[in-house]
Design a protein around this ligand. Structure first.
Ligand SMILES: Cc1cc2nc3c(=O)[nH]c(=O)nc-3n(C[C@H](O)[C@H](O)[C@H](O)COP(=O)(O)OP(=O)(O)OC[C@H]3O[C@@H](n4cnc5c(N)ncnc54)[C@H](O)[C@@H]3O)c2cc1C
Length: 291
């Protein structure tokens, strides 16, 4: 059952930050409420004040620039990203990921910012954003901070957000030429978070097709979304073949910090990583060759 709370509904970022500063220890920020309300209903959180930022329209936007890439306001819904024409300009993998995230009802109301701030290592957006080398911005009354999405998750459901701070924007840089990115997740319950998520991005040299950069990111395989750096290293500087992808899948499955839980055993997760890294590697390679 929900405990009583006071509902505060700022309309501007400035108002939201002021309220957040006033009620720091006694408040929680709510955006779409798709994750927060579950924790409140379970009695795991009982804030005295809910600062409802859903009406802060200045944080709800998608801006696209051919050179700079995408800027996505923290309050943009999953559905808006899934349906945005801006995703057609090299960010199709973001729309694909959003299309498989939860149900339409959840996507219509849940926000990309709320998903990242929730800090669930099984969440879908973070692995894709990390594969795309995305950054984010936060704001507080004290100023703004910028960091890589990769550095934002610190531990299981714990992020780098400081008291009084809001996530305001996610930036996805335009991909270098000959870059391809692919993402998939294996989930036991349809429309639910990943049992294992895998995002792979390759950038190839234009002439000989050698792999200049590789980013392989695993979801639900560690307390935070993790890069499989040994697997990436196995591919960088080489011409990617089926044999090398198999080797990368094996390395990723070994370096995953997989655990057993209600969804899957550790062994099963490692097997999924091995198979899905190979599959997404093939897909990312095909896309990079066409890009
Ligand atoms: C049935 C169901 C299925 C789901 N399936 C999936 C799935 O398949 N894949 C997946 O990735 N997720 C899934 N989710 C999770 C969900 O999609 C996201 O976690 C949700 O969209 C979070 O966004 P929100 O706006 O609702 O955040 P809220 O629930 O409002 O907030 C989540 C957390 O983030 C904080 N917060 C929110 N916005 C900000 C901000 N701008 N700055 C600072 N802190 C902020 C809140 O204080 C809270 O701690 C599912 C959820 C449900 C209910």
């Amino acid at each position: 059952m929900l405990r009583d709370f006071e509902h505060l509904a700022p309309k501007t970022l400035e108002e939201a930050l002021t309220l957040l500063d006033e009620h720091q220890d006694e408040c929680k920020v709510i955006a779409g409420g798709q994750s927060l309300l579950i924790l409140m209903r379970q009695g795991l959180l009982a804030p005295e004040y809910l600062i409802d930022i859903k009406g802060v329209s200045e944080l709800n936007y998608i801006e696209s620039d051919a050179k700079q890439g995408l800027r996505i306001g923290a309050l943009t819904t999953h559905r808006a990203i899934e349906k945005s024409p801006a995703m057609k300009n090299g960010f199709g993998v973001l729309a694909e990921m959003e299309h498989r995230l939860a149900s339409i009802q959840t996507r219509n109301w849940g926000t990309i910012g709320g998903n990242i701030c929730h800090g669930d290592p099984a969440g879908d957006p973070a692995p894709v954003l990390i594969a795309l080398n995305a950054t984010l911005s936060t704001a507080s009354l004290g100023g703004t901070r910028n960091m890589a999405v990769e550095d934002f998750s610190l531990d299981f459901f714990e992020t780098a957000l400081e008291p009084g701070e809001l996530l305001t924007e996610i930036q996805v840089p335009a991909a270098p030429p000959h870059t391809g990115t692919a993402h998939t997740k294996f989930n036991i319950i349809e429309s639910d978070v990943a049992t294992v998520g895998v995002a792979v991005s390759f950038t190839l040299d234009s002439g000989d097709g050698v792999c200049r950069d590789a980013r392989i990111v695993l979801g639900a395989c560690a307390p935070i979304p993790m890069r499989a750096k040994q697997a990436e290293e196995a591919l960088r500087g080489k011409k990617i073949t089926d044999r090398l992808l198999k080797e990368a899948g094996q390395k990723a499955s070994e370096e995953a910090e997989a655990v057993s839980d209600i969804s899957a055993s550790e062994e099963y997760r490692r097997q999924l990583v091995k198979v899905l890294v190979g599959r997404m590697g093939k897909e990312a390679l095909a896309r990079a060759k066409q890009a």
